[in-house]
Design a protein around this ligand. Sequence first.
Ligand SMILES: *[C@@H]1O[C@H](CO)[C@@H](O)[C@H](O)[C@H]1NC(C)=O
Ligand SMILES: *[C@@H]1O[C@H](CO)[C@@H](O)[C@H](O)[C@H]1NC(C)=O
Ligand SMILES: *[C@@H]1O[C@H](CO)[C@@H](O)[C@H](O)[C@H]1NC(C)=O
Ligand SMILES: *[C@@H]1O[C@H](CO)[C@@H](O)[C@H](O)[C@H]1NC(C)=O
Ligand SMILES: *[C@@H]1O[C@H](CO)[C@@H](O)[C@H](O)[C@H]1NC(C)=O
Length: 343
Amino acid sequence: MKVFQCIFVLGLQLLAFVSAISSEAIITQDIPFDLNGFNYTYQWPVNIYQFSSQNNQTLQMAFMDIKPTCAPNGKTAVFIHGKNFCSQTWNATAIAMAEAGYRVILVDQVGFCKSSKPQSYQFTFQGLSKNLLGLLTTIGVNDITLVGHSFGGNTAARFALLYPWMVKELVLSDALGLENYIGEGVPYPDTDYVLATERQNTYTAIRGYEQSNYYPNMTWQPEYDVWVNMLVDIYGGSQAKEYTWCQALITDTVLTGPVVYELPNLKMPTLVLIGENDPVAIGKAWAPVAVQAKLGKWSVFAPEAAASIPNSTFISFPGQGHAPQISDTLAYNAALLGWLDTH
Ligand SMILES: *[C@@H]1O[C@H](CO)[C@@H](O)[C@H](O)[C@H]1NC(C)=O
Ligand SMILES: *[C@@H]1O[C@H](CO)[C@@H](O)[C@H](O)[C@H]1NC(C)=O
Ligand SMILES: *[C@@H]1O[C@H](CO)[C@@H](O)[C@H](O)[C@H]1NC(C)=O
Ligand SMILES: *[C@@H]1O[C@H](CO)[C@@H](O)[C@H](O)[C@H]1NC(C)=O
Ligand SMILES: *[C@@H]1O[C@H](CO)[C@@H](O)[C@H](O)[C@H]1NC(C)=O
């Protein structure tokens, strides 16, 4: 209970407001439990950034804004989740960051989790970055420590390229975009092909994918079920149809949005983290065998990608898969906080 003493010192309480001239708003009150088709319980209060985007659609981005639990260090860390993840999935790392003095902002990207599921939307990493910039600008946050995982790592890299003045430090965690799948020979699929696979997502299918990609060579632990069931809720939720279509579009975003060839332009200190045995490669499932054999070699392409970033550090977690923040949380948090302290 020691933690609560520090909370009021910082007084970062957001006020709900609606501007008369702009459609932008931060909503902190009366947030529905089932928000944009997702009824999962998040660990901290959910806020909404409401804004207008792409032909006047009113969209919502859900986010959690966590105060430092002791000794504020004045820094703000923003975390972006990957595909098959949500802001809540960062919880164990968020707790460690808040204890280290960070204000922590966990966002749900548009198309995911508790955020809007627009059916007519051009999902690009640039557009998603612009949405995040709008959120951060509206709540008055800058000079951030930006952490992105997987699909969110691709967003984070793009955000840092577009808005370098916003990003003090960048952390790319098993980030997509470091490998150019179509360039390696993955056939480009129609989104309807991907949609058909999205529709097949059941507990068994999701668990099978997570076992081989997030926990390769590891025995399934009961606590891994939490994240499978989180996805089962959303794939079976009140906007299941809208969600699967967004996710199909988002696979297209990955295939068309690699960032590897622009990494030399990243000027801020950057940490590249991977699980040594991460096998993830988008499109591997439908690629010819000869192409499959080349894909997903994170231990090869990730250090090369890191080396192309002028001010970078590379850390590989031995034996881990695509989500070391979940499968080896203590080591992950120690590596992240250690680098933030000393780089
Ligand atoms: C968006 O809607 C507002 C209010 O209806 C209207 O004034 C504005 O012209 C619209 N903008 C676009 C780009 O359609
Ligand atoms: C993180 O969230 C999951 C699911 O919401 C929960 O099961 C787990 O206990 C949480 N972990 C921590 C460290 O709070
Ligand atoms: C959330 O929605 C899912 C899918 O409709 C349902 O199975 C689950 O019981 C709901 N959970 C809660 C806590 O309402
Ligand atoms: C990397 O960035 C840090 C922090 O800005 C700076 O102190 C250091 O000199 C930079 N290193 C290189 C090689 O640019
Ligand atoms: C399983 O472990 C072996 C030996 O450490 C390794 O070669 C292999 O890549 C691992 N499998 C996956 C899917 O990472």
